[in-house]
Design a protein around this ligand. Sequence first.
Ligand code: THU
Length: 128
Amino acid sequence: MKTIIRAAQEVKKNAYVPYSHYKVGAAVETEDGHIVVGCNVESSSFGLTVCGERVALTSAIAQGYKSFTSIAIATDDGASPCGACRQVIWDLCGDIPIILIDKKGGVTTLQSRELLPHPFDDSSFHNN
Ligand code: THU
């Protein structure tokens, strides 16, 4: 748990946030213990901004990982992931612990199922 928390705190420093100045670092742990990180990257066309959680998860998928056991998210205020990220976490990870870290190192852990009750579930139309 310490490692994934440190990884999220560390990658938060790389966030590209010239508009909001709100940094997000995320780290996802794979079933075999690898850690893949991501940070938010903003665009001058604001809607193109990508969240840290989705950068971490899409990078992990691109690296060939398919199964995830937890995700850690570091922000200044220990915020929960946005609705879009909750859906993507559910799609790619199912019910996993989501570890929220604030700038003082305070940790709160919630399950993705708690954060997305009654989810839209894509399992009925994919087979890999
Ligand atoms: N952001 C994330 O990276 N993850 C979330 O779950 C919510 C919001 C980013 C997007 C934008 O760069 C900044 O935080 C402020 O919304």
